[in-house]
Design a protein around this ligand. Structure first.
Ligand SMILES: Cc1ncc(COP(=O)(O)O)c(C=O)c1O
Length: 428
């Protein structure tokens, strides 16, 4: 799609800033998912369900920083918690009591978490969880879902489509073949393929890591019974089950997708919401496994910014609010209604398209409802980009690609959601 300007009333300042950005920062952005063509809008501020750009445009935000802002932007209680920490200094190189309080809340929310270690990003959390699984089991291989995203570290950046039970091929330049040799993949929602590879390779496989709801080629929810089958298969074959709940953690329920779908993995990775919108990652699980982490055990893991006092303060405030206000219960109900209204619009305007999601996660797919990554890939991705620009013009911001999940927050009012539906109707 060749566009010279964003389809907004005014975008001169954004265009000018991007002119400098692209000379100084690769692609002008600090994460490729922000690379809107011909240039991104630059944010001035955000509050509640709204995000405002430097040219005076206002959007209803259904990107929500790719997940963390479940209460909407700039929530006063979370801001207060961060400011409270700032007043006392913000990094010490020595522990603070609030990190213990956050660990307590996490362990109380997740049946499968006795102990947790804090890191700075979801990427670090999955990298550490995989290392821990390898250290605990003494096996090198691990299995992931085709098209599943677990951050940007070497072992998980493997191409989709190399076929069940073959060794992974890196999806990025700069990754030695040896680093993905132990990464195996199977398609989502396909228990036969999973059983085949697990049974064949159980002596090599330390873990299966899976997003319980595929969020980076989705949302694609698990089919009924799928996660339960994964639990059974992994248990029977002595392969650890790792739920990557960086997106679903504290979104679907206080106990995330584990609670929502009633399956307890061996390890869980968290990020996004658990830091209240500040950088964080967490990996946690049963005591016996977690005690393998240094300094108690031989699996090394460390970080200057791990358990940052500001992230921990924001996380504590976030989890308290979520629990006190029963946010997820309400939001899941709002999400169900919203997706059903959206499905009616799609059925009317574009019956060949579909609406997918669960709880407060949603997406219109420009193709049939996906069961896995390959189905998502078959959607009309160029068409989706055009649609993204029309939505933006109508005042709704969603992630710019067919692959990224959209979210709603507790700050979205009924009126906001009506406007979003109206924008979908116009833009489709
Ligand atoms: C499921 C999942 N795992 C891991 C990550 C990586 O987290 P981060 O971007 O904080 O490194 C993401 C990021 O979107 C994610 O969605």
């Amino acid at each position: 799609m060749n566009m010279e300007k964003l389809m907004l009333a005014n975008s001169e300042k954004s265009e000018r800033i991007y002119g400098s950005a692209k000379e100084l920062i690769p692609g002008g952005v600090n994460s490729p998912v922000r690379a809107i063509k011909p240039y991104p809008f630059y944010v001035e501020s955000a509050k509640g369900s709204r995000i405002y750009d430097v040219d005076g445009n206002e959007f209803i935000d259904c990107c929500l920083a790719h997940g963390p802002e479940i209460l909407g932007h700039n929530h006063p209680e979370i801001r207060k918690a961060i400011e409270g920490q700032l007043a006392k200094g913000w990094i010490y190189g020595a522990p603070v009591e609030s990190e213990v309080k956050l660990a307590e809340k996490i362990a109380a929310s997740y049946k499968s978490i006795d102990m947790a270690r804090f890191v700075s990003t979801g990427t670090e959390a999955t990298m550490s969880a995989i290392r821990l699984a390898r250290g605990y089991t003494g096996k090198d291989g691990f299995l992931k879902i085709e098209g599943g995203f677990h951050g940007a570290h070497d072992a998980v950046l493997v191409k989709a489509g190399s076929g069940v039970s073959t060794h992974g091929e890196a999806s990025s330049a700069g990754i030695p073949a040896a680093f993905t040799r132990y990464t195996f993949q199977a398609p989502f929602n396909d228990i036969e393929s999973m059983a085949e590879i697990i049974e064949k390779r159980k002596d090599e496989l330390a873990a299966l890591i899976v997003e319980p709801v595929m969020g980076n080629a989705g949302p694609v929810p698990p089919e009924p019974g799928y996660l339960q089958e994964l639990r059974k298969l992994t248990e029977e074959n002595e392969v650890l089950l790792v739920f990557d709940e960086v997106i679903t953690g504290f979104r679907l329920a206080m106990g995330g997708a584990s609670e929502y779908f009633g399956v307890d993995p061996d390890l869980v990775t968290l990020g996004k919401i658990v830091g209240g919108g500040l950088p964080i990652g967490v990996f946690g699980g049963k005591r016996e496994i977690m005690e393998m982490v240094s300094p108690t055990g031989p699996v090394y893991q460390a970080g200057t910014f791990s358990g940052h006092p500001c992230s921990v303060a924001a996380g504590n405030a976030m989890l308290e609010l979520l629990k006190k206000e029963k946010v997820q219960e309400k939001l899941n109900r709002t999400g169900d209604k919203f997706r059903s209204d959206l499905a009616e619009i799609v059925e009317d305007k574009k019956p060949e398209y579909s609406v997918s999601g669960v709880g407060s996660l949603f997406k219109v797919f420009f193709g049939k409802k996906p069961r896995n990554y390959r189905d998502t890939l078959a959607c009309d991705q160029d068409g989706y980009v055009k649609f993204f620009h029309r939505l933006l013009k109508s005042g709704v911001f969603v992630p710019p690609s067919q692959f990224e999940t959209n979210f709603i927050s507790s700050a979205h009012s009924g009126e906001d959601l009506e406007k979003v539906l109206e924008a979908y109707k116009e833009s489709l």
